[in-house]
Design a protein around this ligand. Structure first.
Ligand SMILES: O=C(O)CCC(=O)C(=O)O
Length: 265
């Protein structure tokens, strides 16, 4: 089932010019997240944005009203997409990004060899829109059997900063428990932590330059604010799981038929 014939292990050094894995891993283990700039070129991210825009237009035109409530939002006079699910499955451009040797080498350096993408999401945060994403822990959603076996790679398709709503992480919260989440009335997928729990955390912004990747541990609390700038903030999050990990106690159903086995150990 390996989709990269020889996996990233065969490449000479996919991280040449990007970073040193021991330091990246040390930061990830200490803080629960780490930002690695320059994983993708700006030109490749321009291609990703163009592909996401094309897909978004098709998807929005075909979307039934009941789905719009979750996937779309109003930005001024127009309706724009808030997110789209599973580009790793439905868009070859994003499948290639998910299998990129440098990205996969980083993922395997963080959680171990042999990894699969189970879910992915493009987040579109339009200028002066893009409502906040409430604080949550990915491991609450997935219920991974090994909490250290899931990492999210958040690929910045354009510069993300505090003004346009970059992620904010609860510092070192991956060392604590998975906390209770609840969903607001009518939004069952919007599972989130209580304000009281988040108030006690040291939430720190994680700006990411275009083409950089912010990796977060499945237990790390994170959220994003609305976009208060004139710029977009588009990003793609790939949720990678080590192949021996199972979803013991997922909060939502996951469609295992859409998984992308990227490497085998
Ligand atoms: O991009 C965002 O605003 C939310 C991202 C997120 O929740 C994730 O990557 O797990």
């Amino acid at each position: 089932m390996t989709t990269i014939a020889d996996g990233p292990h065969a490449a000479d050094n996919p991280l040449a010019g990007i970073g040193a894995m021991p330091e990246i891993l040390a930061t990830y283990r200490a803080d629960g997240h780490v930002t690695v700039p320059g994983v993708f070129s700006p030109a490749r991210m321009d291609g990703a944005i163009a592909d996401a825009i094309g897909w978004g237009e098709e998807a929005l035109a075909a979307m039934p009203p009941e789905k719009r409530a979750w996937y779309a939002e109003n930005a001024g006079a127009v309706t724009v997409l808030r997110k789209l699910d599973n580009p790793h499955k439905f868009r070859p451009f994003f499948t290639e990004i998910a299998k990129d040797p440098a990205l996969v080498a980083l993922v395997e350096g963080l959680i171990g060899r042999g990894v699969t993408v189970y879910f992915s999401q493009i987040f579109f945060k339009p200028p002066h829109g893009g409502g906040p994403k409430p604080a949550h822990q990915d491991n609450y959603y997935f219920g991974a059997s090994d909490p250290d076996g899931l990492v999210t790679a958040w690929v910045a398709m354009e510069d993300a900063d505090e003004e346009n709503g970059c992620l904010r992480y609860g510092h070192a919260t991956h060392k604590g428990p998975i906390l209770p989440h609840t969903a607001p009335e009518g939004r069952p997928f919007d599972l989130q932590l209580s304000d009281a729990d988040v108030a006690a955390m040291d939430m720190r912004p994680a700006p990411v330059p275009k083409g950089g990747v912010s990796f977060h541990h499945g237990g790390t609390v994170h959220r994003s604010a609305d976009n208060q700038s004139d710029r977009w903030r588009r990003a793609c999050a790939f949720h990678y799981v080590r192949n021996d990990v199972v979803f013991e106690n997922p909060a939502l159903p996951y469609d295992h038929s859409i998984k992308l086995v990227v490497t085998t150990a």
